[in-house]
Design a protein around this ligand. Structure first.
Ligand code: GDP
Length: 297
């Protein structure tokens, strides 16, 4: 229902990479996401408090901007992919140095390979006495992940979410991988994005965290998102600040929806509210018919 208009090459500009952290349970995905966010929050910056909106951005020492999906785990990645939202440019595969490759590590490798998303290996918990990064690297070989230390082309970095060791190096590795990918988008067009998470907020009504993928989402924009529609009443960034607009790879909370969309739903800005409502209703009806048909079968 929504026509995809291809961008002319001259309209494309570099955009930050979107990074997802994957790996086995307890290998340190959450700790790493927290540690990265903390190291990069400039002390004294507006409140210095980051808000959890499902994604955040950091700037590396070399000046590169990176967007992290703040939802560790494979469920988010696969459910978004199954809904057609390709929101990850780079996967950081976390492997605990005191444990090595485990079933969910293998699952993550398979997800990244199936999605053709490049990987960077973060060998975490390097601060531990039992840490054995060489075992991690040899283990990975068995799964056809050949890291640089093994003369392969997958970057690997030893890190500790606890001490902060290697975090800057990891961020620079991501920035380098992003450069190779030459990620681009056209900020000067109607926005298109993907819902990272959404909920019904008691005070604010339906709220969705949207990762803008192309174009620029602006206050006042009319949009359709999955089976919902709305008009952007306010945009809030990952620092909890109100912003007027959000460009490619920027995560923002969107207020002004008529209902709560689902993670993985695609947001498109439309020209008129009638158009947005019509598309949303058409989708809702089609979904209802599908459910009825499935129920009748
Ligand atoms: P997740 O399940 O992959 O999200 O793992 P968590 O981030 O919850 O970490 C699992 C456990 O490992 C927690 O007890 C963390 O405190 C611990 N942990 C995470 N990173 C490190 C690290 O770099 N060093 C050490 N020593 N412990 C860590």
């Amino acid at each position: 229902v929504i026509k995809e208009v291809a961008d002319a090459p001259e309209d494309l500009q570099p955009r930050p990479p979107v990074v997802t952290i994957m790996g086995h349970v307890d290998h340190g995905k959450t700790s790493l996401l927290d540690a990265i966010r903390k190291t990069k929050v400039v002390s004294g910056e507006a409140g210095g408090i980051t808000q959890h909106i499902g994604a955040y951005q950091v700037t590396t020492d070399s000046g590169a901007t990176l967007s992290f999906l703040d939802t560790p785990g494979h469920a988010a990645f696969t459910s978004m992919r199954s809904r057609g939202a390709h929101v990850t440019d780079i996967v950081v595969l976390v492997v605990a140095a005191d444990d090595a490759v485990m079933p969910q590590t293998v699952e993550a490798i398979n997800h990244a390979k199936a999605a053709k998303v490049p990987m960077i290996v973060a060998i975490n918990k390097i601060d531990k006495h039992e840490a054995n990064p060489t075992k991690v690297r040899t283990d990975l070989l068995q799964h056809e992940v050949v890291v640089e230390q093994m003369s392969g082309d997958v970057q690997d970095v030893e890190v500790s979410a606890h001490t902060g060791k290697g975090l800057d190096e990891l961020l620079e590795a991501i920035a380098l991988q992003a450069e190779i990918l030459e990620l681009k988008a056209n900020p000067n067009r109607a926005a298109q994005g993907a819902v990272i998470e959404a909920q019904l907020d008691v005070g604010r009504g339906p709220v969705a965290t949207v990762l803008v993928q192309n174009g620029t989402l602006k206050q006042g924009d009319i949009f359709v998102v999955g089976e919902q529609y709305g008009k952007v009443r306010a945009l809030i960034n990952d620092k909890g600040e109100r912003v007027k607009e959000a460009g490619p790879s920027v995560p923002v909370e969107v207020l002004g929806l008529n209902g709560t969309p689902e993670a993985g739903d695609v947001l498109n800005v439309t020209e008129t509210e009638a158009q947005a409502r019509e598309i949303a209703e058409y989708r809702a009806n089609t979904a209802k018919e599908k459910r009825a048909a499935a129920g009748a079968a």
